[in-house]
Ligand binder design. Structure first.
Ligand SMILES: [Zn+2]
Length: 151
């Protein structure tokens, strides 16, 4: 029996479900499962690779370009919030602790969060997930999709 399990992010990068937002240079972008921070997006490298430094420098630059584009889209969608527009901060995280396939979390940190100086991962699973209805998720995904198209 094989101990290798299929990579869930390889599978997700090949699907275009309702959470899919854009196909960029190197990444597929999806609305994050967790929406405790509204607008949380995940940019998944289209092909399986575990370490950013394994990619040639030009691909690393394209991945970063994709991540920055997602950040701009988030700031456009939430333009009315935060000092000077947009979320007060964006957190960029490439962890790979749970799924070792390069993916970037782009996490907006909104005004009024009680723990703005702490990593979001310290929160409970329920707080991470948030309370968006399916309709609200689809509406937010559509706004982000539109912003990503026009950037
Ligand atoms: Zn993979």
């Amino acid at each position: 029996m094989s101990t290798e399990s299929p990579c869930t992010l390889c599978a997700l990068a090949r699907t275009t479900g309702p959470d899919h937002l854009a196909s960029l240079q190197e990444c597929e972008v999806v609305l994050g499962e967790n929406q405790g921070n509204l607008g949380w997006c995940v940019a998944i490298l289209r092909e399986h690779a575990e370490h950013m430094d394994d990619l040639p420098p030009e691909r690393q630059a394209r991945v970063w370009g994709d991540v920055a584009r997602v950040a701009r889209a988030i700031r456009r969608v939430f333009a009315a919030h935060g000092e000077g527009g947009g979320p007060v901060r964006l957190n960029y995280e490439c962890l790979g602790n749970v799924v070792p396939h390069i993916h970037w979390h782009i996490v907006p940190r909104h005004e009024g969060e009680p723990d703005l100086r702490a990593a979001v991962w310290l929160r409970s699973p329920e707080a991470l997930r948030g309370s968006l209805t399916q309709g609200e998720r689809q509406h937010l995904a559509a706004r982000l999709r539109d912003a990503l198209k026009t950037l």
